[in-house]
Design a protein around this ligand. Structure first.
Ligand code: FAD
Length: 305
């Protein structure tokens, strides 16, 4: 078992920012990540709302975060966290490779994508059905595709796919989109996008790979078949909090309840970014949370001396 002051879980924008601040304060910590530095940012085509970048691709943004870690001589432990539990005043974090005993945890594991749970969806996951247009869109270049969802992610990624193909069905179960007015107007005026509202997907079909969807108009109950090579799902997410053994820090939806300084009801357990109970889940907020948490962690460590 390794003993360390702080374990940072997740190297998305929140975790990376917290790590940089702690490094500059000479705090002893480990940064744990199971996938890629940058987290969900890697999945977005364009970031147009993080000042002062007027425009940067998600992958470039994620790479800039990685370069910032290198610049600050911060190593990432590429491990998957399996459990976080309390032991007296400390925490035990178990990964697939190591066990850490620490005084504080900064929990920034973000969210996991949800699926529709419709007929044959599971069969075609990664065989035409994906949650990441930027990762997989190019595989279906020039072919008809569908996007399902009504928020900014669905709208942004529809616009991204419109550069790759000239036929995209945007399917949403309500008549109104939740995303920003700017994106709504862009998809509405995009000649490659056919908007289907209020529609739901009932079934997915194909041989080895997805080739069609059966969709239903919720008002008329009329069914249609859409011939598509790919379906990109943006239908919400759930917080990655299953591994926390002390559930009192979670709200009814499983998000971590945090105070203004990123602390929780459990002393020493801090959280930030998309995994926390908040209105806006965006890069700017996650980065702010990481910075904010670092100062609270430093104060907490000082209080334990
Ligand atoms: C398609 C899409 C488009 C978006 N577009 C924008 C945009 O234009 N502008 C904007 O501001 N925001 C955008 N966002 C939102 C933005 O990406 C998130 O708000 C931000 O990434 C949250 O950062 P985070 O650090 O809280 O979590 P994340 O970025 O989710 O990072 C969490 C990290 O934890 C890791 N992890 C999870 N579980 C484990 C485990 N058990 N062990 C170890 N590591 C683990 C993950 O691999 C991940 O790297 C978009 C999101 C999506 C999905």
């Amino acid at each position: 078992m390794k003993k360390i002051d702080v374990v940072i879980l997740g190297a998305g924008p929140a975790g990376v920012t917290c790590a940089i601040y702690l490094k500059r304060a000479n705090i002893d910590f480990v940064l744990i990540e199971k996938g890629s530095v940058g987290g969900k940012v890697n999945l977005t085509a364009d970031v147009d709302n993080y000042p002062p970048f007027k425009h940067i691709s998600g992958v470039d943004f994620a790479f800039a975060l990685y370069e910032d870690l290198l610049h600050n001589q911060i190593d990432v432990q590429f491990e998957e966290a399996k459990e976080v539990k309390r032991e007296n005043d400390d925490f035990i974090v178990t990964t697939d490779n190591e066990t850490y005993q620490c005084k504080t945890v900064f929990f920034a594991l973000g969210t996991k994508d949800l699926h529709l749970n419709v007929l044959n969806e599971e069969k075609f996951l990664h065989k035409g059905i994906s949650n990441c247009a930027i990762c997989d869109g190019n595989l279906f270049k020039g072919q008809p595709m569908a996007v399902v969802g009504g928020g900014n992610s669905a709208l942004e990624e529809t616009l991204y796919l419109s550069k790759i193909t000239d036929k995209i069905y945007l399917i949403h179960r309500r008549n109104e989109f939740r995303g920003s007015a700017q994106y709504v107007s862009m998809v509405k005026s995009d000649p490659h996008v056919e908007i289907l509202t209020p529609y739901v997907i009932k079934e997915c079909h194909g041989e080895e790979k997805l080739s069609s969807l059966i969709v239903e108009n919720l008002e008329t109950k009329e069914l249609k078949t859409l011939n598509v090579a790919a379906l990109f799902e943006y239908v919400g997410a759930k917080p990655a909090t299953d591994i926390i053994s002390f559930k009192e820090v979670l709200n009814e939806k499983g998000y971590v309840k945090v105070k203004i300084d990123m602390s929780t009801d459990v002393p020493g357990f801090f959280a930030g970014g998309d995994v926390t109970d908040k209105k806006l889940r965006q890069i700017a907020v996650a980065i702010g949370d990481g910075a904010n948490a670092s100062q609270s962690i430093i104060d907490y460590l000082n209080s334990r001396k």
